[in-house]
Design a protein around this ligand. Structure first.
Ligand SMILES: Nc1ncnc2c1ncn2[C@@H]1O[C@H](COP(=O)(O)OP(=O)(O)OP(=O)(O)O)[C@@H](O)[C@H]1O
Length: 902
């Protein structure tokens, strides 16, 4: 069979990679070590900066407070004078300069240092992003300039040599007085000062006044009523009056609302320092809602090769994003034979690509967002002068961005369009196959078989056969290989049961196979109209229709297949779907990549909760964190009396809309003195992707299985989902415990029927064609569906990743990979019951689900074990959701589906 040349880029990359694997592994290890060193260093640098800033503040304050007009300085020259400044000649000089230029507003300088030191203590999450810092810096300058002028006008006779506003104030006051007169200048400078303060302090005056009023009223109420407002803690509802008492930074961070002037001045002034540090990175100075980010430069910090990428690559990405240079896609010519009437709606209609306006997914793209994207693209095309070395030295993770407003989902034009001229089927070829099938079956003694119908698809053609009465399907299944041989094809899959039909299916590979491009599926109405943020592209059905799935409903997915069968491409297609469907506010990702090959390409996208995990100890910690997060979410949901994350998010949004945000109901005021409960925010879904979990189980041990099982059992309602992939479909990796908890599975091509049974509980995957050909077993069914996986090229992933990096930086949570207490401890959970680790537990589950009898004595008899052991296994099955609790009639119902028979 002649097949179209499979895309080789990825293979080449992998081959190159594997040939240098050992080098790379050590390289990556050292990178891991380096990053560990960096995070430690970061901590000590932070502390050092705090000490230095505090010292500098103390010296400036000392210099200003002990300022003496007779001391020598920039404006006073007296070499014989005895210096009286307590900070010596430096202090005398500094105070002279500051008072000389800014007058009394010089005191803003040490305040700025003090606040910067304070900000270093705070969580990095609370820092402002680049554009906010820019605005704050502008506010500081405006307030300083107007303030100096105002000081001159309001305190004309001051003790300072150059007046209360210094030389700057004099110049400003003179200019304004000349043009506007005394009163006009005072009014305009006062407005300028207030405007400056408002800008850098982000003050909303009306709200502030409102809140001050509320605070006064609630204080009066507090004195007039005897009981404190205990109810608000218990119900989690926070009245506005109470909200006004919250610590200023928290309010500013959580709601973007008013903060206390001191806190906001701090944020603004610290912005000055942070901005100065990063200003060299940002020389084109175009204003956005987030820091200017250069994906190519960011990659330079990762790999030298990327550092050499020419600027035109950047241009190419933006041209792609804007839909420029992309050829108008043509309607695919399918060439479905005339006699094919029942599959006339095969392919989705292609949407013509006309540029940015059309290509950005309709859902979240406001006109403003489009403008931002266009501006961003324009600024990229302008030459940007970068100091690469400074960029490399800058921290890789700057969790300072707020990802909410101007987020735009990636445009389809970033991806390769589907190849043209696909979908031709030859009528002769189909007729030859049909004839061959009948003849071969006759040759093997099965007479009277009729071809009922046939369905040519992009990769295989399904022939549906009517068997003569009394013919066993198993007889046909047993002939699959002989038929493949006599028809000169690589393999034939027999579909023994077709839902709603009396026919059986024979799936025969086409002479030429089509490439299923991911762009085609992402562009289909089916995907675009899907509501769930966890909608994932699988590929195309055998009839060539888009195949998508909702991870939220699965709620976990197990993927297995032999090496080179297309798992990684499949996982990439799923991840790309999430990146095309959801913002980082909706979906967060934890990626675990023991092979250190596949997922590192996603490093730096804003959806990540932690950098791509390659160290297996970190991986175990992140699973432990997820279990803790699941428990935390459960506690929150039970306090709010909702059953799942959707209900929880609904309540939170409703409360926010009412202006009465809910506070953390699990907060214990007796445990935290002086700290207020935090305001609850909507919870994003968390998807944990493990690319090769067999490796993880090998390194970390059985504990991983336990953690996965714990997560799989309960995480659905908590919005935490697992995607596990492995190339080792053996029972020691895909254990009964994992299978019982992950009902949704995908099998790519495997080498033996036994492997197929391990994954799907039935054969079939051994007859797949590789290169992304898969069997998808949806939740709650025993009938797998054949899907031809969507192909994603590395360069497509790179472009989409670069696009997302351009939208914002990740807000990593340090806790995710942090070691917490004993490495064996699973937060909030008892260790697994003994019998669940019982060697016979898997067999017991198989017996119960097959026989549909959840009886202790039956398990006892079948396994020849004692009563206690069987009873404890049944109890564990109840805990795992395999069987129900004992019902009123004394029996248990078997809940898990029956494993399909071969
Ligand atoms: N959906 C697809 N369409 C066409 N070709 C595909 C598809 N999926 C995979 N391939 C081809 O198969 C090759 C191997 O795929 P992939 O790297 O995903 O395999 P794998 O199962 O992850 O292998 P390993 O376990 O060794 O990492 C790819 O380089 C690509 O050429």
């Amino acid at each position: 069979m002649a097949t179209k040349k499979a895309p080789s880029k990825r293979t080449t990359r992998r081959n190159t990679k594997s040939s240098t694997q050992s080098n790379e592994t050590s390289g990556t290890n050292s990178a891991v070590e380096k990053s560990a060193l960096t995070s430690k260093k970061k901590g000590s640098l932070k502390q050092t900066s705090i000490f230095i800033l505090s010292g500098v503040t103390a010296v400036i304050l000392l210099a200003l407070f002990s300022y003496h007009p007779a001391d020598p300085g920039l404006f006073v020259h007296d070499s014989n004078a005895v210096i009286q400044n307590k900070a010596g000649s430096f202090g005398a000089y500094l105070a002279d300069v500051l008072f000389g230029f800014f007058g009394y507003l010089s005191y803003l300088v040490p305040i700025a240092f003090l606040v910067s030191a304070f900000l270093l203590f705070r969580s990095s999450k609370e820092r402002n992003n680049g554009i906010n810092l820019g605005i704050s810096v502008f506010g500081v300058f405006l307030a300083l300039i107007a303030g100096c002028g105002l000081a001159i006008l309001l305190w004309p006779s001051s003790n300072l040599a150059y007046g209360a506003g210094g030389l700057l104030g004099q110049g400003i006051a003179r200019i304004f007085m000349k043009t506007l007169g005394d009163i006009g200048a005072t009014m305009i400078l006062f407005s300028g000062f207030i405007a400056g303060v408002t800008l850098f302090a982000d003050i909303q005056w009306l709200k502030l006044i409102d809140k001050i009023g509320d605070t006064i009223l609630s204080t009066i109420e507090l004195f007039t009523s005897s009981s404190p407002n205990k109810e608000s803690y218990e119900t989690g509802t926070i009245p506005m009056s109470f909200e006004a008492n919250l610590e200023p930074q928290k309010q500013a961070t959580n709601n973007g609302e008013s903060a206390s002037i001191a806190g906001a001045i701090g944020a603004g002034l610290s912005g000055l320092f942070l901005w100065k540090k990063s200003s060299t990175d940002n020389e084109s100075g175009v204003g956005f809602n987030h820091p200017r980010f250069d994906p190519l430069d960011d990659m330079t910090t990762n790999a030298d090769v990327e550092a050499e990428k020419p600027k035109k690559a950047k241009k190419k990405l933006l041209e792609k994003a804007l839909g420029k240079g992309r050829k108008q896609r043509q309607e695919p010519v399918l060439g479905v034979p005339d006699y094919m009437t029942n599959e006339d709606d095969y392919h989705e209609q292609d949407v013509p690509v006309a540029g940015l306006d059309d290509v950005i997914t309709a859902k979240k793209v406001s006109p403003t967002s489009k403008k931002v994207l266009k501006q961003e693209a324009d600024s990229y095309q302008a030459p940007v002068q970068n100091n690469r070395q400074e960029k490399a030295a800058a921290p890789r993770v700057s969790p300072s961005i707020s990802l909410d407003k101007a987020i735009t989902l990636p445009p389809i034009s970033l991806l390769n369009p589907p190849p043209q001229g696909q979908g031709h089927f030859s009528k002769e070829q189909i007729e030859t196959h049909a004839r061959n099938i009948v003849e071969t079956l006759e040759h093997f003694g099965v007479r009277g078989v009729q071809i009922d119908s046939y369905y040519p698809g992009p990769i295989i053609t399904r022939f549906e056969l009517l068997l003569p009465p009394g013919t066993k399907v198993s007889k046909i299944s047993g002939l699959a290989q002989d038929m493949a041989r006599s028809m000169c094809v690589s393999s034939i899959r027999i579909v023994e049961v077709i839902k709603g039909k009396t026919t059986i299916g024979l799936e025969v590979p086409n002479d030429t196979r089509d490439l299923v491009a991911i762009s085609e599926i992402l562009d289909s109405n089916l995907f675009k109209e899907a509501k769930s943020p966890l909608t994932m592209v699988l590929g195309k059905t055998i009839a060539g229709k888009p195949a998508i799935a909702d991870l939220a409903r699965m709620p976990h997915l197990l993927i297995a297949g032999t090496t080179g069968s297309g798992k990684s491409v499949g996982v990439n297609a799923m991840l790309m779907s999430l990146l095309y469907k959801s913002t980082p506010d909706e979906v967060k990702l934890i990626m675990i990549d023991p092979k250190m090959l596949e997922l590192s390409i996603y490093e730096g996208i804003p959806h990540l909760l932690t950098p791509v995990v390659t160290d297996m100890k970190d991986a175990a910690n992140s699973l432990r964190w997820a279990v803790g997060e699941m428990e935390r979410r459960y506690a929150l949901m039970s306090h709010l009396k909702v059953r799942n994350v959707a209900g929880y998010n609904g309540k939170i949004k409703e409360a926010m809309d009412k202006g009465e945000p809910l506070t953390d109901p699990t907060f214990d005021p007796t445990m935290h003195v002086d700290v207020r409960p935090s305001v609850l925010e909507p919870l994003p879904s968390i998807v944990i992707v493990i690319d090769e979990f067999a490796d993880m189980m090998m390194v970390v041990g059985k504990k991983v299985e336990e953690l996965i099982a714990r997560l799989a059992q309960k995480a659905r309602a908590a919005g935490i989902h697992l995607i596990l992939a492995t190339q080792r479909p053996s029972v020691d990796v895909i254990t009964g415990l994992i299978k019982a908890n992950i009902p949704t599975r995908i099998a790519f091509q495997v080498s033996t029927r036994i492997d197929s049974r391990t994954i799907l509980d039935q054969g079939g995957a051994e007859s797949l064609l590789g290169h992304g050909d898969m069997l998808y077993l949806p939740p709650g069914t025993g009938l797998p569906q054949r899907v031809h996986g969507a192909f994603v090229d590395d360069s497509e992933v790179e472009d989409v990743v670069a696009y997302w990096k351009l939208q914002g930086e990740p807000q990593y949570l340090e806790d995710v990979i942090q070691e917490t207490g004993s490495p064996d401890a699973i937060p909030g959970l008892e260790p697994l019951a003994e019998s669940e680790t019982d060697a016979l537990y898997d067999q017991a589950v198989a017996i119960v689900t097959e026989s549909r009898r959840a009886s202790i004595s039956y398990v006892q008899r079948r396994l020849k074990v004692g009563y206690n052991r069987a009873a404890s296994m049944i109890e564990d099955m109840e805990a795992a959701g395999v069987v129900s609790a004992v019902q009123s009639n004394g029996t248990r119902e078997v809940l898990a589906p029956e494993p399909p028979k071969d």
